[in-house]
Structure formats: C-alpha cells, structure tokens
Design a protein around this ligand. Structure first.
Ligand code: 5RP
Length: 215
C-alpha cells in the first residue's frame, strides 16, 4: 500500500504553484508528499504544518514552516485521510492531528486529499471516528457519545495530541449523515474537534495507483 501512498503524494505536486505557501497535513501518505515537496522547495515560499511530526519532516528538507496567523488564508492544503466517501467527505485523525488539520482545511481555498485505494468507502464509519477531547471531560464526552450515537468510544490510551488533549475513537458507527453527525458531536462540551470532515469536505481526491485517479 505504501507504493499507492507514494504515487498519491507525488501526484499532489501538480497542484503547487510558484510562490505558494502550502498547507501540509500529517501521516504516512503526507510524508511522501513532503519528500516530493522537498525536491521542488525553491518554487514555494514555505508551509503551514498540521503537526510536530510534519514540521520536523518539512524542516529536514529545508522548507520554512510558517504560522497560520501570519500567513492568512492559504490557497492549497494537502492531507491524507482514513476514509473517504463518494462525496469526498472524510474521516481523519488516525494520527491524532485532526484539530490542526481541520483548522488548516478551513483556512484553505482548495483541499487536495491523497489516499490509497483501501481508504475509499460507500459509508463512513468502519474506521473508528477520532474525537479530540479536553482531558477532564473524557468520561463525560464518552458517556454522551454513547447516549447520542450508540457508538462505542474507546480512549486512545497513552496518546496526547500536540494540543495536550486526549483522543476517543468511536467504534461501531455507520455514518449515513456525516454533516449531522459532525454537528451533533461538536456540540458536546469538552469536544475540541471531531475527525469528520463533512461540512468542509475535500475538493479533490487523489487515489494512488498507476496512474493515479483524480476525483
Ligand atoms: C492524521 C490523519 C491522516 O491523514 C490519516 O490518519 C491517514 O494517514 P496515512 O496517510 O498514514 O494512512 O488524519 O491525523
């Protein structure tokens, strides 16, 4: 599958324009994108990063990492996903970077999502839905998720996000209305963000393959 991830990551370079500041997501597919970006780094002004992991890799390639507060809106964001439905709505957060990923997606005019073919689904929810939670609210949020959705939240024990929070992975969901589910979960006090990218889906999806499929 890593070959498909590499092909998707490298194809996303087609969306780079000279002088851009590029929003960069997190994960193993994005790592291939960052490596490809490193090869053309003189064409870009820098990047806004969604995680410490991606920041390290960008800096290793000599790409300047900028603060979103200083850059303002971005024209392009490139990120992976854990699941993608036919409407380009996504589950993300397998790498626990969902909050910063959501912020950068919102700040960007175009969101290009890079995936391997196994990530394509008809209905979201087979992959447990990550929810970032303020630590003191973990049990409260877990009880409310169970009551409101019937899904089974599991604490991702030992994981602390870049923002100092914890992650609940919600199992046994079949998300037939992702926009409604995103809104419902966002309303629970203590929820920082939900790994559903439905209200703001991807604009373009690149499925790695020979050749890559652009949706
Ligand atoms: C990180 C993410 C990733 O994009 C998602 O987990 C996919 O990762 P990978 O490219 O390693 O399969 O949302 O929070």
């Amino acid at each position: 599958m890593s070959e498909a991830k590499r092909l998707a990551g490298e194809k996303a370079i087609d969306y780079i324009e000279d002088g851009m500041i590029v929003g960069v997501g997190t994960g193993s597919t994005v790592a291939y994108f960052i490596d490809a970006l490193g090869r053309i780094k003189d064409r870009i002004r820098g990047a806004v990063s969604s995680s410490q992991q991606s920041t390290q890799r960008l800096q290793m390639h000599g790409i300047e990492v900028l603060d979103l507060n200083a850059t303002g809106p971005l024209s392009l964001y490139v990120d992976g996903a854990d699941e993608c439905d036919p409407h380009k709505r996504l589950i993300k957060g397998g790498g626990a970077a969902l909050t910063r990923e959501k912020i950068i997606a919102e700040a960007s005019e175009k969101f290009v999502c890079i995936i391997d073919p196994a990530k394509r689904v008809d209905v979201l929810g087979r992959f447990p839905l990550p929810v970032e939670v303020i630590p003191m609210a973990r049990s409260l949020v877990a009880r409310q998720i169970l009551a409101k959705t019937g899904g089974h939240p599991v604490w991702r024990d030992g994981v602390v996000t870049d923002n100092g929070n914890v992650v609940l992975d919600v199992h046994n969901l079949s998300i037939t209305d992702p926009v409604a589910m995103e809104a419902l979960l966002n309303q629970i006090p203590g929820v920082v963000s939900v790994g559903l990218f439905a209200r703001r889906p991807a604009d373009v999806v690149i499925v790695g393959g020979e050749p890559p499929l652009v949706l």
